[in-house]
Ligand binder design. Structure first.
Ligand code: HEM
Ligand code: HEM
Length: 240
């Protein structure tokens, strides 16, 4: 956690870019998803938005952009951002109800669950067929799954925002969406990092990674495999 007492909270620039793009596209997908539902479905309520058939394609595009940027954010979050996801002792700490550590543990659990919620949404989206709704086919299993993923994602983003405000207040929220960065975080240094990467590459760390299997690692592998499968299955469906 960044020290909030003496200075403003600061977020690494790469995190802000990856988290910002992922959440921006996901929120655009959520809004256009609702309009798509409102245009073609409406069984659980409808609002007075105009019927707009093209919204389905617009939604598909935002969904796709989310899916494209999401794996990079996932890799960041599970490695550099690991401290803000569940920890090996999270289960123990969740019993210390009401203490500050309890709030941090809940916050980290919700961060982790938000990643799973988004995984479910993009996976079920890739299982959709763009012809179903225009043809009035509203009873496909994957359509229901995709609708439920919307609800789950909205709930988790709301909880995620509430918990961020709870543990860090408005300054923490602002630190995630401001554009200033410290000089050591400058993108001009990124090229240097990338070219130095092969010489700094430590095989022992990679070996260690494969040897110790934590819950977090299982979740990371599950998320990345789901993203790969989303592509593979949708490509196979297109061929046959
Ligand atoms: C699909 C939407 C979202 C997902 C999946 C998501 C996920 C995450 C994850 C995994 C982290 C931890 C980052 C790390 O590993 O270092 C995080 C941090 C954070 N997110 Fe989001 N997020 C989403 C939307 C938002 C939105 C819309 C905001 C509002 C500005 C927001 C505010 C924050 C803040 C303030 C933190 C830092 C928390 C801390 O320092 O403890 N998130 N988010
Ligand atoms: C009310 C809820 C939702 C409805 C009615 C809905 C509807 C649809 C429809 C009809 C498609 C197929 C259209 C196409 O592929 O161009 C689709 C695809 C997709 N949706 Fe959703 N969606 C909803 C929620 C979400 C959410 C919350 C996300 C999260 C980002 C999402 C991500 C995607 C993705 C990734 C695709 C695949 C895009 C592609 O393959 O080009 N959807 N959705």
């Amino acid at each position: 956690m960044m020290p909030t007492k003496f200075s403003h909270p600061y977020q690494p620039l790469l995190l802000r870019i990856l988290h910002g793009l992922t959440s921006l596209f996901a929120i655009a997908a959520i809004i256009t998803a609702f309009w798509t539902y409102n245009t073609y479905d409406g069984r659980w309520g409808q609002v007075a938005l105009p019927k707009f058939p093209e919204i389905e394609g617009i939604h598909g595009t935002f969904g796709l952009w989310t899916l494209l940027i999401f794996p990079f954010f996932v890799v960041y979050a599970f490695h550099r951002g690991q401290r803000r996801l569940i920890q090996s002792d999270s289960l123990k700490k969740i019993t210390r109800f009401g203490q500050p550590i309890w709030w941090y543990t809940v916050h980290r659990s919700i961060n982790t669950l938000s990643i799973l919620a988004l995984t479910f949404a993009v996976f079920s989206g890739k299982m959709m067929n763009e012809k179903w709704l225009p043809q009035g086919e509203l009873n496909h299993i994957w359509y229901y799954a995709h609708l439920i993923s919307w609800l789950i994602l909205v709930i988790f983003i709301a909880l995620h925002l509430l918990m961020s405000v709870k543990v860090g207040g408005i300054p923490l929220i602002l630190s995630m969406i401001n554009w200033q960065f410290r000089s050591q975080d400058s993108p001009t240094l990124w090229c240097k990092h990338i070219t130095n990467w092969p010489s700094n590459f430590d095989h022992a760390i990679v070996k260690q990674w494969f040897l110790s299997l934590s819950t977090l690692k299982i979740i990371e592998i599950f998320v990345l495999i789901s993203i790969v499968l989303a592509w593979v299955i949708s490509i196979i469906k297109e061929i046959i």
